[in-house]
Design a protein around this ligand. Structure first.
Ligand code: SAH
Length: 340
């Protein structure tokens, strides 16, 4: 697909023509990664953060937010629940929390790998290579770090460098890859200031980095953040932060990166609670990441406003998967390298 074709799909509004994009993406998904939908149990282990990202509701400037860090025992209890549900992967996510020490995390990873068959995905933000190497050695399988937008100016603005140090997430992704992690990244769709050209660049980077996992969600304004306080910024955005726009990017990602694992994200399900999860799965996605964070912590992991689910795992992912004529994935659900 050339640049003009990609840009015209991104701008396409006609539902009849878009139907062709959805069908093509679903065909490629079925042929390249099959009908299995992999389930990853998400645990948000800490909401401490030293970053000041303008989009994110747990950034360090939000002083009124109570902060928590789960203990090893609390995390292990949830890990056992995820195993009991038959899932193949646990994802440990947090703010950028220096209180998560290298050795503590290594021990936790060793324990999970020693006591369960789960693949371990980390999403702990920007850490140094020593941490990445130690955690890989302890058995971590995958690392998720979104580059959020390829527009360097926009990124620098939305994600102010901490203590003057500029961290290039694309370089971190290369380091993670050379340490042997499966590497995931992704973007937000509809950020104020983002253009269609930027989305084209984002898609080109997905392809160039040969990412194993690609997460795409709509930007959701949070009223306590700098971006959420200025609704007029949103109305001036070129790219809408809608479920439809997000689905176009998911579908194009499937066509450009046919073998990648692509989640139907919680952010997509948040902007369209009735059918966001399903639309993602029908338009290129093959992964769901149900939230297992204990209820008392979940409302504090307030990255964007989202409905409070009451049960661990939330909506019943199994019935969604079966209703689509698909089946839950077995085992860890690694990235495929070959069409089967
Ligand atoms: N500290 C880690 C994890 C952050 S939360 C990191 O920075 O990698 C995980 C993802 O949530 C982020 O990468 C971002 O893409 C998404 N996110 C944060 N705030 C958001 C918002 N307001 N709307 C939509 N997605 C958001």
């Amino acid at each position: 697909m050339d640049k003009e074709t990609i840009l015209s799909w991104l701008k396409e509004e006609d539902p009849k023509r878009l139907e062709k994009l959805w069908q093509e993406a679903d065909k490629v998904r079925a042929r390249c990664v099959g009908d299995e939908v992999h389930l990853r149990g998400l645990i948000e282990i800490s909401n401490y953060c030293i970053n000041r990202c303008y989009y994110c509701g747990i950034n360090r400037d939000i002083r009124t937010l109570a902060r928590y860090r789960m203990t090893e025992e609390e995390i292990m209890a949830v890990v056992r629940e995820i195993v009991k549900r038959g899932y193949g992967t646990v994802v440990l996510q947090s703010g950028e929390d220096p209180g998560i020490k290298r050795t503590w995390m290594s021990e936790l990873i060793r324990r999970i790998k020693g006591e369960t068959p789960l693949a371990v995905t980390l999403s702990l933000g920007e850490r140094n290579v020593g941490d990445f190497a130690a955690w890989r050695k302890a058995g971590a399988d995958r690392y998720l770090l979104k580059f959020e937008t390829s527009n360097r100016y926009l990124y620098r603005y939305l994600h102010p460098p901490r203590q003057g140090e500029e961290i290039d997430r694309l370089i971190l992704l290369e380091e993670l890859s050379s340490l042997g992690y499966e590497v995931g990244s992704g973007i937000m769709v509809g950020l104020p200031g983002q253009t269609y050209e930027d989305l084209y660049e984002d898609l080109s980077i997905f392809r160039r980095l040969d990412l194993d996992m690609i997460g795409i969600g709509p930007f959701i304004p949070h009223p306590k953040t700098p971006l959420g306080c200025h609704p007029d910024w949103l109305s001036r955005s070129e790219v809408p932060n809608t479920d439809l726009m997000t689905c176009k990017v998911i579908a194009l990602t499937r066509l450009l990166c046919p073998m990648a694992n692509i989640p139907s994200t919680t952010a997509l399900a948040t902007v369209n609670p009735a059918s966001g999860r399903i639309l993602g799965l029908e338009r290129g996605a093959n992964v769901i990441m149900p939230n297992f964070t204990p209820i008392k912590y979940r409302k504090l992991y307030d990255i964007y406003p989202r409905p409070q689910e009451t049960a661990p795992g939330g909506e019943d992912p199994l019935s969604i998967i079966l209703s689509l004529g698909r089946r839950p994935g077995k085992g860890p659900g690694n990235r495929r390298r070959q069409i089967f």
